[in-house]
Write a protein that binds this ligand. Sequence first.
Ligand SMILES: *[C@@H]1O[C@H](CO)[C@@H](O)[C@H](O)[C@H]1NC(C)=O
Length: 408
Amino acid sequence: MQTFDFFSKHISLITPIPIYVAVFVLLICQGFSRQRLFRRRTQSTQTPADIKSGVSNDLYDRDQRLGSLITPDPSFSWRDSPQEVPREIKPGKYFLTMNLRKLDFNDYIIFDKQFLTEYRERQAIISKVGSEKIFVAEPNGGALDLCEETLNVTVDFLVTRYPSMFRRTERGVLCVDAGEEYDLVTRPWVRHPLEITCLLSGDDCILMRCCDDGVLRVAAVGLVYSLDIDWKSFIGKDLASIHIDARVPFYESTIQKSVDRYFLKLHPEKPVTRANWLTQVGPELRNDKFPDEYLRRVSTLPGNSITAETIIHDLYFRVERQTMRKLPSMHGVVFKFHLYATNIWDLEQEESVPRQFAAHIRGLPESVLRQKHCLECVHGILKVMDEMAERQEKKHGNRHQPASRSYI
Ligand SMILES: *[C@@H]1O[C@H](CO)[C@@H](O)[C@H](O)[C@H]1NC(C)=O
């Protein structure tokens, strides 16, 4: 099969996908199909035709309900909001778990002082690479409805929660700080609805459609901070095949059942969140330099001086803040993620993180380190972290025992 060949041939390129998609997506589906059984009363007996005839009432109720979940924060200032990178670092023996947490609806989309810089950077990437390579959907506009609904819920959220940043206009929505208005009315779309979604929210996203056979399949992607590859073959993939392609370690044995219960809660009004990390070389978020693969690539170049030791100086942790929710009116799921890159040396500014992170890494099996792209340079990473931890503990030693001690 062509798609399978594509994935196996490019497995080193593709390996970032599984991290934020594969395991997760599969679990989504499990939860999703259960949820279909226990579907909310309002939907349980409705056929698409019923839904159509009752649409205005449903939409009204829904908007009221969703609107009341959002507390406007009119004085919010992204400029005064420091970046808070979620650290998913559990010291001790490794278990593949999803670590899903309920997310306060108000935190469905969050902003920090990087907002405008990243907004501009993402615009520049889109115009350089081309919108059609970043926003990819089912052919023949099949997923356009899903993209439009995603944009709708995003704009609803943004103008309600952050009125100082986003305002509705006659024909669309204004991004106040950029002074740019996006047209939501003209058809065909002036810009792809996912492009507007990804620019305004600062997130990348994957939309999945629950098909008539009860299987979730990728319907559209908007991947600004990602690899420069052809995402077309990713569209239409179901969870099982994404999984096989992704070769997620330990998946089958552990994950499948243990997180089902979390996914039963998957619901338009109850987004869930988790975080994940990978390593990369350099700070760019649209990046194809992953340490293990990069080392292999440069090792054949004449005069190469990059080694598993020296690569540490340019090593960054690439963190995904993932959130997921069901779309209110259609059978779709939005899986979106915000990306952060932190230089390894900057972890020293985060209290007790180097010690805990080192303990976490020591608990990871080789297969997981490989998936995080840092198997080759993991000794260097641990050395740097231990040094940082010692400096932190020496500095604070007189005042109190660091909490992280218990993990040593
Ligand atoms: C999106 O919102 C517009 C304006 O409220 C509405 O007319 C349209 O039907 C919505 N689209 C979807 C797919 O929900």
